[in-house]
Ligand binder design. Structure first.
Ligand code: HEC
Ligand code: HEC
Ligand code: HEC
Ligand code: HEC
Ligand code: HEC
Ligand code: HEC
Length: 435
């Protein structure tokens, strides 16, 4: 009977172990699903699209481009007030001719004494909206876009779909897996400790009970009172499996941490002095990158905005927020905000933004990743020499309509079959990137 109890005891042990392995499997599965989501940058349920439009799609998309480049800084196409009012429904509220005169020159309309114009001007603290030299058709296309409802921001969804993550963006996913492995590890250890303590408790209770209340024959007494035998534990299959399992998990965890470190500063995402979010500003409110990074199309450096640029909007918006108060304090003290620099090439390398953004037409996202989805900016690309050179070898140069290149392209075509890339033009010569 006693040996039967002991057998049940070891059965319990095996059941526990089985449960442990199964739950570990489930954890790993969840972790890999998370990783996949992070990699694709897609959250389930983030697919709610815009309303179906009634107007001509070509006109609407032309209007969308004009709106984003000229108006989105101050207006949303939905109901939110940014600097000016949200423009959803404005086409029902005002006549087309009124809107055309307003957008072309709001000050003229106000001065003419138009009641609506004066009222809205006063309502928004007499901030002058700039004039726009648009044709009537251009204004109409903007109005068609507003009317279509396509610019209405639906409930903020995680991970704006659209920007496809490149091969380099693994850091998020790896981070997620690393985090899960840590949790799995801790859970494993806790379960193990609980298991051991419970079993020891049961064993000692049973031993006491049997010794006190039963007359034991010699054989049973030997089993009950046997000394703790470490060699048995060592030989136990269950314990060995468990040890191997824990070893594998620890090893995996360490390797992943190492792999993350390989990309030098890749994935670097320091905490900033103000909780500024690109997802909110560049994503939801669609403020153009060069509204803040003012020199990115004209000079070597992209520039980080001064507090004055923030004040264009935050003299009015969220003035009571603790984060915004930090901007006011910086201005009062006449000190710049101490943003922590993320991207930083060594001094020996020369990189020029305008060369890439303006001349080369390379999108910010190609090098910086989906910034408009980041609450906290992280370094997306490795920024190594190999990374620069790979792109120069693969990217065809836009030589169309540029007389300067005609002879060079001809020469290139005579000697090689490949496309005329940045490197064909000398983009892999040491002196181009090194002083
Ligand atoms: C620099 C900020 C700014 C920009 C850029 C801007 N607006 Fe405005 N807009 C305002 C402000 C502020 C008001 C409120 C009236 C006022 O104070 O002049 C306004 C009012 C309006 C109104 C009147 C709304 C109503 O309820 O009657 C319309 C329509 C409008 N803007 C359209 C546009 C369009 C279209 C563009 C882009 C071509 C644009 N705005 C660009 C700041 C701006
Ligand atoms: C409203 C202003 C604003 C807009 C719009 C904006 N940024 Fe920024 N950006 C900042 C500020 C402030 C920082 C410094 C704080 C930080 O890193 O979050 C910054 C930092 C960055 C950095 C990291 C700089 C470093 O230290 O290495 C990159 C890259 C960047 N922005 C790219 C973009 C891109 C691409 C867009 C457009 C999709 C954009 N930004 C739009 C204000 C802005
Ligand atoms: C073109 C307008 C505009 C500019 C320029 C701008 N912001 Fe904003 N900012 C907004 C809007 C709109 C919101 C969202 C307000 C809301 O949620 O109601 C916002 C929100 C914020 C918030 C969140 C506040 C909170 O407590 O919810 C912070 C922090 C912030 N901005 C910082 C900055 C900083 C720093 C700069 C300058 C680098 C800047 N903003 C420039 C329009 C702007
Ligand atoms: C071809 C790749 C590439 C493209 C395209 C690119 N950047 Fe950069 N960006 C870099 C590199 C490399 C650095 C680091 C420069 C350094 O340390 O000197 C950087 C740095 C920055 C910084 C930090 C400040 C600075 O100037 O060093 C900001 C802000 C920034 N980029 C914004 C942008 C914006 C906005 C765009 C799009 C309009 C853009 N970048 C397009 C590669 C790129
Ligand atoms: C995503 C692709 C891409 C990456 C990454 C990239 N470049 Fe470029 N680069 C270009 C293109 C495209 C041009 C050609 C622009 C033009 O002249 O039309 C260019 C041109 C240049 C030039 C001028 C070459 C010449 O012949 O005059 C220099 C210098 C340069 N890049 C440096 C760098 C450095 C340094 C890095 C890495 C920190 C880098 N680039 C990363 C695409 C890239
Ligand atoms: C397209 C731009 C580009 C070209 C062309 C280029 N380099 Fe570099 N190089 C870089 C960048 C960016 C770095 C810094 C990145 C890093 O530290 O990994 C760098 C770093 C280096 C370093 C320092 C490595 C270290 O570990 O600090 C040396 C040495 C070097 N390059 C030599 C050369 C030589 C020699 C050539 C010509 C055969 C060349 N480079 C061509 C962009 C370039």
């Amino acid at each position: 009977m006693i040996s039967c109890i002991l057998k049940t005891q070891s059965k319990i042990l095996y059941t526990f172990l089985l449960a442990l392995v199964v739950s570990f499997g489930a954890f790993a599965q969840e972790a890999s699903e998370q990783a996949e989501i992070a990699q694709k940058g897609v959250t389930p349920g983030a697919t709610e699209g815009a309303e179906v439009s009634t107007g001509d799609p070509a006109v609407i998309s032309a209007g969308e481009a004009l709106f984003k480049n000229n108006c989105a800084v101050c207006h949303s196409a939905g109901g939110d007030v940014i600097v000016g009012p949200g423009l959803q429904g404005v086409t029902d509220k005002r006549s087309e001719s009124w809107l055309i005169s307003w957008i072309k020159n709001s000050q003229a309309l106000i001065q003419s004494g138009d009641a609506d114009a004066v009222a809205v001007y006063n309502e928004y603290n007499k901030q002058a909206m700039p004039s726009f030299a648009f044709s009537d058709d251009e204004v109409k296309s903007i109005l068609a876009y507003i009317e279509s409802g396509q610019g209405v921001v639906s409930a903020p969804s995680e991970g704006v779909p659209g920007a496809t993550a490149g091969e380099n963006v693994g850091t998020d996913a790896i981070g997620a897996v690393g985090g899960y492995l840590d949790i799995v590890l801790v859970v494993l250890i806790i379960v193990l400790i609980v298991l051991v303590v419970t079993l020891l408790l049961i064993a000692s209770l049973m031993k006491n009970y049997l010794n006190q209340n039963r007359k034991l024959n010699e054989y049973d007494a030997e089993i009950v009172n046997q000394r703790f035998d470490f060699s048995k534990i060592y030989k136990s299959k269950a314990v060995r499996t468990l040890v191997v399992l824990i070893f594998v998990v620890v090893l995996l965890d360490l390797t992943i941490d190492k792999v993350m470190g390989v990309g030098i500063q890749q994935g670097y995402a320091p905490k900033q002095p103000i909780a500024f979010s690109h997802k909110l500003h560049a994503g939801e409110h669609q403020i153009n990158c060069n509204y803040c990074h003012t020199t990115v199309y004209e000079s070597k450096s992209a520039s980080i905005p001064s507090a004055n640029i923030c004040m264009n909007c935050h003299s009015q918006i969220k003035t009571e927020s603790a984060e915004i108060q930090k901007i006011y304090r910086a201005i009062e003290r006449n000190e710049p905000i101490q943003w922590v620099r993320i991207h930083n090439l060594p001094d020996l390398a020369y990189f020029n933004h305008s060369q890439h953004t303006q001349v080369g037409g390379v999108e910010c996202q190609t090098c910086h990743g989906p910034i408009e989805e980041m609450d906290v900016v992280y370094q997306y690309s490795p920024l190594t020499m190999g990374w620069c050179i790979d792109c120069h070898r693969e990217t065809p140069l836009n030589t169309e309509g540029n007389g300067y290149y005609d002879n060079l392209v001809e020469l290139h075509e005579a000697s090689s079959k490949g496309a005329f890339t940045v490197s064909s033009n000398g983009g892999t010569e040491c002196s181009k990137c090194h002083y």
